[in-house]
Design a binder for this molecule. Structure first.
Ligand SMILES: Cc1ncc(COP(=O)(O)O)c(C=O)c1O
Length: 303
């Protein structure tokens, strides 16, 4: 990891190496925490956090879905995110707020368990590699399915549920692919291990609806930017066959940004390179995150 100087822990700035936790922390045993992934980018006016309010709103909603009462307001966490970038003197970075049941209580009953809140930030480059961003990645359709919506709240970024993503990611990497495409319990294409998914067919942009996937903030940004460029966007369920027959495919996420997919299960997607619409959306997104599109300065929170 690219270590920085400070991590914010329960209201205090703590030195990176001192931000440790007890081995009997509740969430370490039961996965009872929620987190966010946010990015900060360099702009001509200094570092700016992309869609900070939306990320913190989702953070609180995730917490609510697993009954964690965050002992801070959304405004306080927003200010903390800005502070953590500032004190670590970062220009571009990844930001990780997390809240979880802490030390002091064991067993599945979380009533009265201590709630910890942490915000960390560190430099993190292209999640799927620079080459992946440019030329596209190879993905595998995972043998692991996304959790049934009646098993866990699928709209919460719950730490424990990420074991599902870890298994899928490791399976894909183990077979020489870079990412895992995951189906839901019915066999619909849902999302990837840490990204939403889009296909392009005959000029139309198609993505699974929100009852099948996390409400990705990059997904939302892409839909808005595509519509603004006059592209027809449809949110609908589709299956593996439609995915493999797509003209283009790309995946979206805070970490992965907009990464083209050039091959799935050894089947070339379109021409087997980053498609035209994909490249255009990547370009638009890049302008927006670096503050070069005045219509979307509203998405940037300057430090
Ligand atoms: C399972 C999953 N789907 C989609 C996403 C993309 O969401 P976002 O664009 O808000 O980062 C993520 C990342 O948070 C994720 O973990």
């Amino acid at each position: 990891m690219n270590e920085t100087d400070f991590i914010w822990v329960n209201g205090k700035m703590v030195k990176w190496q001192d931000a440790t936790t007890h081995v009997l922390t509740h969430s370490l045993h039961y996965g009872s925490g929620v987190f966010e992934g946010i990015r900060c980018y360099e702009t001509s006016k200094g570092p700016a956090v992309f869609r900070l309010k939306e990320h913190i709103k989702r953070f609180f909603e995730s917490a609510k879905l697993i009954s964690i009462k965050v002992p801070y307001t959304q405004e306080q966490i927003i200010e903390t995110v800005k502070e953590i970038v500032k004190v670590n003197k970062l220009k571009e970075c990844y930001i990780r707020p997390i809240t979880y049941y802490g030390y002091g209580k064991m067993g599945l009953d979380t009533k009265g368990a201590k709630v910890d809140v942490v915000v960390a930030a560190w430099p993190w480059g292209a999640y799927l590699g620079e080459d992946g961003l440019k030329n596209g990645i190879r993905a595998k359709i995972s043998s692991y399915r996304r959790p049934h919506p009646k098993s866990v709240p699928i709209h919460a970024k719950t730490t424990g549920v990420y074991v599902n993503s870890t298994l899928a990611k490791m399976e894909a990497l183990g077979e020489g692919f870079e990412e895992a495409v995951m189906l839901d319990y019915k066999g619909n294409v849902a999302e990837c291990s840490g990204e939403n998914i889009f296909i392009v067919k005959n000029g139309v942009l198609i993505t699974p609806p929100l009852d099948l996937c996390l409400a990705g903030i990059t997904r939302d940004s892409v839909i808005e930017l595509a519509k603004k460029r006059g592209i027809n966007v449809i949110e609908k369920a589709f299956q593996k066959e439609e995915l493999l027959a797509a003209d283009e495919c790309f995946i979206t996420g805070t970490a992965a940004e907009i990464t083209p997919v050039r091959e799935i299960d050894n089947t070339k997607i379109g021409t087997g390179t980053a498609g035209k619409i994909t490249a255009m959306i990547q370009e638009e997104y890049k302008k927006v995150i670096h503050g070069n599109n005045k219509d979307y300065l509203k998405w940037l929170e300057l430090i």
